[in-house]
Every structure is written in structure tokens, then in C-alpha cells.
Design a protein around this ligand. Structure first.
Ligand SMILES: Nc1ncnc2c1ncn2[C@@H]1O[C@H](COP(=O)(O)OP(=O)(O)OP(=O)(O)O)[C@@H](O)[C@H]1O
Ligand SMILES: [Mg+2]
Length: 267
């Protein structure tokens, strides 16, 4: 099982859209995928058309009330997809974040919980909230790869530098093999600022910036209104194709890392 998080403390940069689309694309390619909604706003769950009812379990009960992760997972039925599930956040997840901070080993709790379902999934995609709190730190600690959507507008690069400091701390102290991929999002090719920001990003972060930029595409918003991932709602749209290519890039990156580790062990 490979785990990737989608994180950026800045709001509205397309984290949830990216998590939703990557999870869907990987599932369309035949992988068994679990998408985890780590944001109390519950946008990822809504994007899959999943709504919690009273008494349903969620990530909140898993992290703060000792519920079994497998009991909180909801299967998602979408055309052409066999094995895609969502773990909803639960509206009380913000409260769990405050509770977690006081506990020993809080930053490894999610990793520990996910290890219990390691045989059930090929990929886990974690949609982080727009903050660098306990939930995002848990996600980074559990992941092999963090995908960072960066909106192509001024001030983006400064926020990314702050996130990269946190990523480096996690790498140093907890998770030395965590890889980073910055993904330019909401790219507007008619807008000069988009191009300037993209070249600034490449100057600052080099090969860590993905060659795949996701452009502004109205089909993304339409899909959201219908409670469907854009890859299902409009499979031939520019955004769907970009995310499909990104899913392939993510798969290749993680596969190479896995093979490298196997070689390292053999040597
Ligand atoms: N490629 C795109 N083209 C057009 N609109 C987009 C695109 N990607 C995302 N959006 C829109 O931008 C808004 C923010 O996207 P999203 O919710 O994915 O961001 P987020 O980073 O998860 O936000 P938050 O920080 O609040 O969790 C949404 O309304 C979404 O529909
Ligand atoms: Mg979001």
C-alpha cells in the first residue's frame, strides 16, 4: 500500500480537486484506492457524493474514539470503477485535532491506523485541510509522497517555502523517504502572471515541480455541483486529462521509490 497526501496550508489552491481526481484516476487504472477526507469542511466526501448520516463513523471516531478504520470506510459506486472507497472526515474532526495535540505519539496515529488496512488497498490518498496542524503533520508522517498543489498567482511561492520547511522537518525527524511533487494548478495560459509564477516555482524548486500543470477548466466546477469527480463527469476535459497524466506520474514516482527500496534491501 502506497500513501500520498495532498497538502498546502493555503486555502482554495485545488487540494481537494487534486485528491479527488488522483484517487479517481488511480481507481480507473484498476488500483484499489481509499480516499481519506482529513478536512472538517468535508469537501472531498461531498465531491464523491458521500454524505454522513447520524451515527455513521468517520475519521473523527477513528482518530479520537478508537473506532476501527475499516468500519468507517464508505464504498463509492462510480461507472467503470471497481474498488474506490472514502473515509469521511466527520464534522467533529477539528475537535480531534485539538485532542490529538495532547497525546503521546499523536503525529503517528494515522500511520498506525492505516497500517491496519495495508492489505486492502494499493493507494491511499489523503486530502489535507488548509493548515499545518496535527492533521497535516499526521498525513505527512504517514505518506511516501506529498503532492502540493500551487495556485499560479503571486504570493504562492512564499507559502510553499513555509510548507517545504515543515516537510523538511518531517523528513529529518520522522519520515526520511517522504518525496515532494509541486503541481501548478488553476493555471491560466492567457494570464501573464500564471507564467511568471510557474517560472519562479521552477527556479526555486527545480525538479520537484511537476511538468504537468492543471489549467482553469469550468468542467471542474460543474462536476462539483453534480457531486462527481471531473474524471467521471467529463472524462475528455482538459482537467481530467491533466489529472490522468498526473496519476501516471505519481504511480511512476512511487513505483521507482519502491523498487529503489527493494534494491537497497537486497544490497
Ligand atoms: N482546474 C480548475 N478549474 C477551475 N476551477 C477549479 C479547478 N480546480 C479547482 N477549482 C475550483 O477552485 C475552488 C477551490 O478548489 P478546492 O476546493 O479543490 O481547493 P482546496 O485547496 O481543497 O480548498 P480548501 O483549502 O478550502 O480545502 C473550487 O471551487 C474548485 O471547484
Ligand atoms: Mg479542500
Amino acid at each position: 500500500m502506497q500513501i500520498l497526501s495532498v497538502a498546502n496550508q493555503k486555502g482554495g489552491v485545488a487540494k481537494t480537486t487534486t485528491a479527488l481526481s488522483l484517487a479517481t484516476s488511480l481507481a480507473q487504472q484498476g488500483f484499489r484506492v481509499l480516499a481519506v477526507d482529513m478536512d472538517p469542511q468535508e469537501n472531498l466526501s461531498a465531491g464523491f457524493g458521500v454524505e454522513l448520516e447520524d451515527g455513521d463513523l468517520s475519521l473523527f471516531e477513528v482518530l479520537a474514539r478508537k473506532a476501527k478504520l475499516a468500519d468507517a470506510v464508505v464504498p463509492v459506486e462510480l461507472p467503470g470503477i471497481d474498488a474506490l472507497s472514502v473515509l469521511p472526515a466527520g464534522p467533529r474532526l477539528a475537535q480531534a485535532e485539538a485532542e490529538l495535540l495532547g497525546q503521546v505519539g499523536f503525529d503517528e496515529l494515522l500511520k498506525f491506523k492505516l497500517a491496519q488496512v495495508a492489505d486492502a488497498y494499493d493507494y491511499v490518498v489523503l486530502d489535507c485541510p488548509p493548515s499545518l496542524g496535527a492533521l497535516t503533520i499526521n498525513a505527512l508522517g504517514a505518506s511516501q509522497l506529498v503532492v502540493v498543489p500551487v495556485q499560479c498567482e503571486f504570493f504562492s511561492a512564499r507559502g510553499v517555502a513555509k510548507l517545504m520547511e515543515v516537510v523538511e522537518l518531517v523528513q529529518e525527524r520522522r519520515n526520511p523517504t517522504l518525496q515532494v511533487r509541486l503541481v501548478p494548478t488553476l493555471f491560466d495560459k492567457r494570464n501573464k502572471i500564471s507564467k511568471v509564477v510557474l517560472s519562479e516555482l521552477v527556479d526555486a524548486f527545480g525538479a520537484r515541480v511537476s511538468k504537468i500543470a492543471v489549467g482553469v477548466d469550468t468542467r471542474v466546477r460543474e462536476a462539483q455541483v453534480h457531486g462527481l469527480p471531473v474524471s467521471i463527469y467529463a472524462p475528455r476535459s482538459r482537467a481530467s486529462l491533466a489529472y490522468e497524466a498526473l496519476a501516471c506520474e505519481v504511480h511512476r514516482t512511487l513505483q521507482t521509490q519502491l523498487e529503489g527500496r527493494a534494491h537497497g534491501q537486497a544490497a
